[in-house]
Design a protein around this ligand. Structure first.
Ligand code: ZN
Length: 154
C-alpha cells in the first residue's frame, strides 16, 4: 500500500525517532512500494509518519540494478575524514536539491528483517544515501545542512 509522504515543514520530520522493538506488520512492504512509486532511492519511516528508527534504500533500481536494503535500528560506528559532495534530493522536499558534503565512507551497524546483525563500510552514493536517511531518524533534513562548495558527484 502506498502511504502518503510527509512534506517539510511537517513537525514530525524534525523529531528524533524511537528504537524499533516490534516491527509493524506490512510496514517494510509499504515503504518499498511508496519509495518506488515516488521514484526515490531511499525512504525513512518518519517520512510516512512512523516514528521509528528504520529506513530502506535501493540506490541502483533506477538504473535497473535492484539492491534493496532494510536498516533497522542503524548506528554509524565510524566515518572517514574525507568528504564527498553529492547533489541530494529528498522525497519530503519536492522540487529541491542541494549539494552537501558528507563523510565519503561510513561504517553502519544495523539489524535486517530476519533479525540478523550486519556491519558494513559504505562509500560513494551508498554512504551518502544511508547518511541522508539516518539524518531523518534524528529529525534532520538536507535544508538543515549548509550548501557545499565545489563540484558535486552525479
Ligand atoms: Zn530525505
Amino acid at each position: 500500500m502506498i502511504r502518503p509522504i510527509l512534506h517539510a515543514p511537517d513537525a514530525r520530520l524534525a523529531e528524533v525517532c524511537a528504537p524499533v522493538e516490534t516491527l509493524p506488520d506490512g510496514l517494510i512492504e509499504d515503504m518499498f512500494e511508496t519509495m518506488y512509486a515516488a521514484h526515490g532511492r531511499g525512504l525513512a519511516a518518519p517520512q510516512i509518519g512512523v516514528m521509528l528508527r528504520l529506513f530502506i534504500t535501493d540506490v541502483g533500481w533506477t538504473e535497473g540494478q535492484m539492491q534493496p536494503i532494510v536498516m533497522i535500528n542503524p548506528v554509524i560506528e565510524w566515518v572517514s575524514e574525507a568528504q564527498s559532495v553529492f547533489e541530494e534530493a529528498c522525497l519530503s522536499i519536492p522540487d529541491f536539491s542541494r549539494k552537501l558534503a558528507r563523510p565519503a565512507q561510513a561504517r553502519f551497524r544495523w539489524t535486517d528483517l530476519a533479525g540478523a546483525e550486519h556491519v558494513a563500510e559504505l562509500d560513494g552514493i551508498d554512504a551518502t544515501c544511508a547518511q541522508h536517511e539516518m539524518d531523518h531518524l534524528d529529525g534532520r533534513l538536507i535544508t538543515d545542512h549548509p550548501q557545499a562548495q565545489g563540484e558535486a558527484h552525479a
